[in-house]
Design a protein around this ligand. Sequence first.
Ligand code: SPM
Length: 365
Amino acid sequence: MAAIVYCLFFLLLINHYHFTTTSALRLPSTTTIITPSSSLKMSTDNNNTSDFPPPADYSHLIIDGWFHERGTLWPGQSFALQIKEVLYHKPSQFQDVLVFESVSYGRVLVLDGVIQVTERDELSYQEMMAHLPLYAHPNPQRVLVIGGGDGGVLREIARHTSVTEIVICELDPDVIAVSKKYLPFVAKGFDDPRVKVHVMDGAQFMKEHQSSFDVIITDSSDPVGPASVLFETPFYKAMHDSLRDGGIICTQGECVWLHVDLIQRLIKAITPLFSSVEYAYCTIPSYPSGQIGFVIATKKGAAVGGKKRSIDGEDKEEEVVGCKSPVRVPTEAVQKELRYYTPEMHRAAFVLPAFAKRAIFGDDE
Ligand code: SPM
C-alpha cells in the first residue's frame, strides 16, 4: 500500500513539474520561464553556423514584472512594457528568444533583449517595409526576404497579386517556429502557397541567385551580433547583384534620432552601387525613439517584364527615378485591410526632418 501511495505521489510530482515547465505561467514578479522547444522542429539548408558565439542571457531585463529594453545602441534611454505572462524564454543557437503577453501591447517578441514585434504596433513597420518597395515597382514578381522570420513582412507581400514567388532566408529556425506558435497574427504570412522558406544565410543564398529578384527586403535586427554584417557595403553589393534590372531593395534603416551618423555612412557607401538611394521612415512606439527608417535603393535598368513606371498608377509617359512616389496603388479591397500604408503615407515617409536630411544627404539635396 505504502508503495502505491509513494508511486501516486511521484506521478503527481512529475505531472506538476511537466506543467510548470511547458505551460505559460502567471508572472509572480521577477520570474523568467524556460520552455523546452523540442516540439519546435524545422528542416534547415546546409549551413555553417559554428562561427556564432553562444547567446548571452537577458533575464536581467525583466524586473518586477516589467521588460526593460536597454541596449548599447540607445545609451541612457529605455522603453519598458509591463508583462502579463511570459510565454516562452529560451536561447536559440543564435540568440535569446523571449515571447510575452504584455499588459497594453499584446504579444511581444524580443530577440537578444531587443523588441522586434508587438501585436499593437507591428503593422506600421511590416506594411511600410513591404509596400514602399512593392508599390514603387511596376510589376514585382519574384521577391526575396532576408530575416523577417516572424512572417509579418511575408503577410504584407502576399497582398500583391503580381508576385509569383516569395522566398525567405531566415538564419534562426527557432524564430520561425516560435512565431508560428505564439504570434499567429504575423506568422500567418507563412501560409501563403507562394512562400518558400530557406533556413540559411541570406548572403550565401544571394551568391547562388544572381539577377533573380524584383524586390529584396532585409528585415533584420540591429547591427550588433549576427546582424551586423547586414549593415555593411558587401551585403548591399550582394543584394544589388541578386536584383533583376530595375529591381528595388528595402532594408531596416535604424532611426534618425539615434543613428544618423551610421545612416549617413551607409548611404554614402552604397550610393555608387545603385541608380537611386533614398531614406524613408515610419512611426512605431515600441522601437527606440518611436520610429524606424528604411534604406530604399534601385538597380539601373527597366524592370523586367514591367510596364513603364508611372506616378500613382496613372498612365503617364514620365519615367520615375527612385521610389518616393508609388507607381501602383492598392486596390480598394487591399486598402481597406491596410492599417498604416496609403499612397499619401508612401510619399510622406520620404520627407525627412531638416536635421536628418542635412546629415544624411548634405545641403544640396
Ligand atoms: N518583422 C519584424 C522584425 C523586426 N526587425 C527590426 C527590428 C529592429 C528593432 N530595433 C529597432 C532599433 C531602432 N533604432
